[in-house]
Design a protein around this ligand. Structure first.
Ligand code: MG
Length: 495
């Protein structure tokens, strides 16, 4: 018997009635009848949809968090793409929320995932300067508390299927970080030694990446099926569309944007499969589905990378294309359909938000930089804080800062791009943009509005001071020692 927290309206309405004696008897009969009906409905004896709904209402929402890798702001139908069809992902927007100004906290994979899973700026663990490699001996600090740990403590079944990329030595792997289940490639799919792990063990050393989206989808469906009777958190960080990109035979040639579009269409199919499974199991109503990306598109990969749409540049840069990402949320039991939310929100917000919705406990011994946006999801509006710091992956320094509509991009000495003839970004001086009027960052207003530059510089100083003492950046990997080759080249010449 489920505990009825909020009695239905028809029970409340009988309790406040004051009829005459005959009608009182009739009313009592009705009350008895209604109570019997209510008891049957809420006893867990039937399998009607009302019963499933009430059973779901008694437990916190399931969470399915789908994380694309290097998907651009302009790569989905609901964000304006016309050459890639994404009906299932677009459906999430129709049935829930589409964010216009949602940010990753880094323009590359590792720090972005750190921000999502801890709710903290990656600079707090020194993981903001690049990504981990199979050569990395370190990982996300084991003292960090992950979203999976918070949900696991709350009784959630926690699974990750896909890319981890927060350290691949045993102590850093998902099973030691709050996940009950892991299957996937532990880092990027362009790195040496692409393997599938199951739990802590390598189970496949010959990964066929053409089948990757299908394989992960199959695993995801099995996880949902296996945990349908309990609250679950399924984190699905796809390897795609990070290069090298692959689609299965069924999806090759199906889009109007070459192989890249085919890959996105297969990922869209995957979303459709997950939604269908949730529907079939009667779980769709009380499952929060999030679809977003870890960072912007890898523009220097030309047609093998995605599109930032109206935004400037892409992955690895602190222009908008690097860090502003698509983000869609569907949760039928909790949020209204068809909303477009424009305020600034970011990946760190999921940690306190999902912890709150699950009834979990946030750590109190460390700063959490994300903000609980559950009220935004459920009632609209926007997050209180409207600021974001952007960090360079090359220098590790704060490189840009957005406050409201204004963004200050600090001088950048190093040009970006240039590979394969791709026109990248030149080194630049101080840049000031009004993103509301100029989301493409084309009009530098620094000279016209020196007072805004000064104001944002002050905000940057205050923000940096608020972080306190920080650890040094972690060494992601060291260059190999080639001194023997230098010696031989010098002595015998290069052949
Ligand atoms: Mg990425």
């Amino acid at each position: 018997m489920k505990i009825l927290q909020n009695p239905p309206h028809f029970l409340l309405s009988t309790a406040i009635h004051h009829p005459s004696s005959n009608s009182l008897k009739r009313s009592l009969c009705w009350q008895v009848l209604l109570l019997v009906v209510a008891a049957v409905i809420f006893s867990g004896c039937t399998s009607s949809s009302q019963d499933l709904d009430s059973a779901q209402a008694d437990r916190p929402p399931n969470i399915v968090f789908i994380f694309a890798d290097d998907l651009g702001y302009g790569d989905l139908g609901c964000y304006g793409a016309t050459d890639i069809k994404t009906p299932h992902i677009d459906q999430l927007a129709q049935q829930g929320i589409r964010f216009t100004d949602f940010y990753s906290v880094s323009p590359v994979c590792t720090p972005s995932r750190y921000g999502l899973l801890t709710g903290r700026y990656p600079v707090r663990d020194g993981v903001h300067r690049g990504v981990f490699f199979p050569e990395s001996w370190t990982g996300m600090d084991t003292a960090e508390i992950t979203l999976a740990q918070v949900l696991q403590q709350r009784g959630y079944a926690t699974g990750i299927i896909g890319k981890w990329h927060l350290g691949h030595h045993r102590q850093y792997l998902p099973l030691q970080r709050g996940f009950d289940y892991y299957f996937g490639i532990p880092y990027s799919n362009d790195m040496e030694a692409v393997v599938y792990l199951r739990g802590n063990e390598v189970v496949d050393e010959a990964v066929d990446q053409r089948q990757n989206v299908k394989t992960y989808t199959q695993e995801a469906l099995q996880f949902i099926e296996a945990h349908q009777e309990e609250p679950f958190f399924l984190y699905l960080p796809h390897a795609m569309p990070h290069v090298p990109i692959y689609a299965s035979e069924e999806f090759q040639g199906t889009s109007q944007r070459g192989l890249y579009g085919d890959v996105i269409q297969e990922m869209d199919w995957s979303v459709g499969q997950i939604v269908s499974k949730l529907q079939a199991l009667g779980l769709e109503e009380n499952t929060m589905l999030v679809f977003t990306s870890d960072n912007g598109p890898w523009r220097t990969m030309i047609e093998l990378g995605g599109s930032p749409g109206k935004l400037r540049a892409g992955k690895q840069t602190t222009f908008e294309g690097g860090m502003r990402v698509p983000c869609l949320v569907q949760w039928k039991a909790g949020i209204k359909p068809g909303q477009v939310i424009e305020g600034m929100h970011n990946m760190m917000d999921w940690f306190p938000t999902l912890a709150h919705l699950a009834g979990g406990q946030l750590p109190t011994d460390r700063p959490i930089d994300g903000e609980d946006i559950s009220a935004v999801l459920q009632q609209g509006g926007k997050r209180k804080g409207q600021q974001l710091a952007y960090y360079s992956i090359y220098t590790g320094d704060l490189a840009a800062f957005r406050s409201g509509d204004w963004k200050l991009k600090l001088p950048m000495e190093r040009p970006y791009g240039g590979r394969y003839g791709f026109e990248g970004e030149e080194a630049h001086g101080m840049l000031l943009f009004n993103l509301k009027e100029d989301p493409g960052e084309q009009q530098n207003l620094a000279e016209k509005h020196p007072e805004k530059v000064a104001q944002l510089q002050k905000e940057i100083e205050a923000f940096k001071a608020s972080l306190g003492v920080l650890p040094p950046p972690k060494k992601m990997k060291e260059p190999a020692d080639r001194s023997h080759e230098e010696y031989l080249k010098k002595k015998y010449g290069s052949s």
